[in-house]
Ligand binder design. Structure first.
Ligand SMILES: Cc1cc2nc3c(=O)[nH]c(=O)nc-3n(C[C@H](O)[C@H](O)[C@H](O)COP(=O)(O)O)c2cc1C
Length: 212
């Protein structure tokens, strides 16, 4: 646990990366693998990760991201996409394919699809689009923790104009499948230039209540 806590203290929202330092292929693959292994509601993995190294594309995206320097100085800029709501509608091929990986027979496939449909229609407190994004946030959080464990810095990026960011992706990233994905958020990964400041957090007593 000590090593993990050390990594959590090392992690901070890095504001400026050393643009000369690249994350190795092995390390970025390991970070993405941790994202891939993340839990998701009903095991539906509603994500896709665009891993951007191209300088020109980073520059184009930076303009839509409040002009934040993290986007162009980082080694890898990962845009985390979430599947559109249509994939989670009754009858969707994606549900068949996803649940089919686990269901042992036709009956259990039918049962899980029904349970999921009930969940979406009756129990969920947010709309399906935001529910999908929530899953993607978990994968991203795990990736930042994995990076910190390898002494790699990160900065989650939600500071963008959603419309402008999407437009910049459509214009500059030909592999962005706009019919299938929403943008959830992005994470810049790289190596820090400056030391991090003090950690500002509420004390545990204020944010956790033990009920015995
Ligand atoms: C979803 C999310 C989006 C964020 N977006 C930005 C951002 O666009 N730019 C930025 O500099 N920091 C961003 N942050 C970082 C937070 O401001 C930061 O985590 C918080 O102030 C605590 O500081 P620390 O992470 O350095 O401990 C974001 C954090 C989260 C979780």
């Amino acid at each position: 646990m000590n090593d993990f806590l050390k990594a959590m203290k090392f992690r901070h929202a890095c504001k400026l990366f050393d643009d000369k330092k690249k994350i190795s292929k092995k390390d970025i693959d390991a970070i993405l693998e941790v994202g891939r292994l993340s839990p998701s509601s009903f095991g539906l993995e509603p994500w896709h990760f665009l891993v951007i190294e191209n300088v020109k594309i980073k520059e184009a995206l930076r303009a839509a991201c409040w002009n934040q320097p993290q986007i162009t100085t980082c080694s890898h800029f990962v845009v985390l996409l979430s599947k559109k709501a249509k994939f989670f509608k009754k009858g969707s091929g994606y549900l068949d394919e996803s649940f089919g990986r686990r269901a042992k027979d036709e009956k259990s496939l039918k049962d899980i699809k029904k349970a999921f449909d009930n969940f979406i229609k009756k129990d969920l407190s947010v709309d399906v689009k935001n529910w999908a994004k929530m899953q993607v946030y978990i994968a991203g959080a795990n990736m930042m923790s994995a990076a910190a464990f390898k002494s790699i810095d990160s900065c989650p990026i939600e500071g963008f104009n959603a419309k402008a960011f999407r437009k910049a992706l459509v214009k500059n990233v030909s592999s962005f499948d706009k019919k299938s994905y929403e943008v959830a958020y992005a994470i810049a990964f790289g190596y820090r230039v400056n030391e991090q400041g003090d950690k500002i957090r509420w004390p545990l007593e204020k944010i956790a209540t033990f009920i015995k």
